[in-house]
Design a protein. Structure first.
Length: 268
């Protein structure tokens, strides 16, 4: 009904002013190269091509996230605003159907978010390219699942840094990991820091307290210094209880992360 009242001039006017529908500022050939490098770095993960839309509430039902940041459709769905939540659904589905010991998924997705855009550096936009990883499965003694999954994710992103440096001529100097845990997690912090120190000795390692309730006790950031000399935390990782909620099984864990691959050519 509303579409029937629109004129061709209305379409062009919206296309010119609306960041939701404007094309990306990146060349598509460069984006395809970034996608390839990202998925090659994610060795050992099943690569999943997600739908552009997901079930309505995929973010706000299982996570403390406002529905306002998503674009809702009229068909009981929403445009994907965070692929890690959708990967959590796929992890839960696979765990319930086949009962594997563990599920490891990766995707590269053009993500759309209905939120304010901080564009001081010209690198942020309404829709952007993201590499997302998700490990789901039953917990292990001594935080074994979380430690192993977090190390795998960070190794993936470190490999991606190296691949982009070789093929794209970008640079990721002064790489830094920041481990954040809440009051419940000093033992988890110690175990993870010990493994990361041994696995990624060339990366600076810091710890900070975790103060966000979005994460289930663990958040890890990974980044490097941009060409402007500013540290950019380009990857964000966390432990979440989403798969436990979706499967109604508190034993199940989820470690998920996102890497803003769009930022690679724009900032580095």
């Amino acid at each position: 009904m509303q579409a029937g009242r629109r004129r061709p001039a209305d379409l062009l006017a919206q296309y010119r002013r609306d960041g939701f529908v404007a094309p990306s500022g990146l060349d598509q050939r460069l984006v395809n190269t970034l996608d390839r490098l990202a998925l090659e770095a994610a060795e050992g993960y099943d690569a999943v091509l997600l739908s552009p839309v997901a079930p309505l509430g995929v973010n706000s039902v299982v996570a403390p996230t406002s529905q306002d940041r998503t674009v809702t459709t009229t068909r009981g769905s929403e445009v994907v605003s965070d692929p890690t939540n959708v990967l959590a659904l796929e992890c839960a589905r696979r765990l319930l159907v086949a009962s594997p010991a563990e599920v490891r998924l990766a995707t590269v997705h053009q993500t759309l978010r209905a939120q304010s855009v901080a564009n001081d550096d010209g690198a942020h936009s309404r829709h952007f390219r993201m590499l997302a990883l998700a490990d789901g499965g039953p917990g292990l003694p001594d935080d074994g699942f979380e430690v192993q999954a977090a190390v795998r994710h960070l190794q993936t992103y470190d490999r991606l840094f190296d691949a982009c440096e070789r093929e794209l001529g970008v640079s990721f100097p002064r790489r830094r990991i920041t481990v954040r845990v809440d009051a419940r997690g000093p033992a988890l912090e110690e175990r993870l820091v010990h493994r990361l120190t041994a696995t990624l000795p060339h990366v600076e390692l810091n710890t900070e307290p975790l103060e966000s309730r979005y994460y289930d006790g663990l958040r890890v950031g990974f980044g490097a210094e941009s060409r402007a000399g500013r540290f950019v935390e380009i990857a964000d990782l966390g432990r979440f209880d989403w798969v436990a909620q979706l499967t109604s099984d508190r034993r199940n864990r989820l470690v998920a992360s996102g890497f803003g691959i769009q930022l690679v050519p724009l900032l580095f």
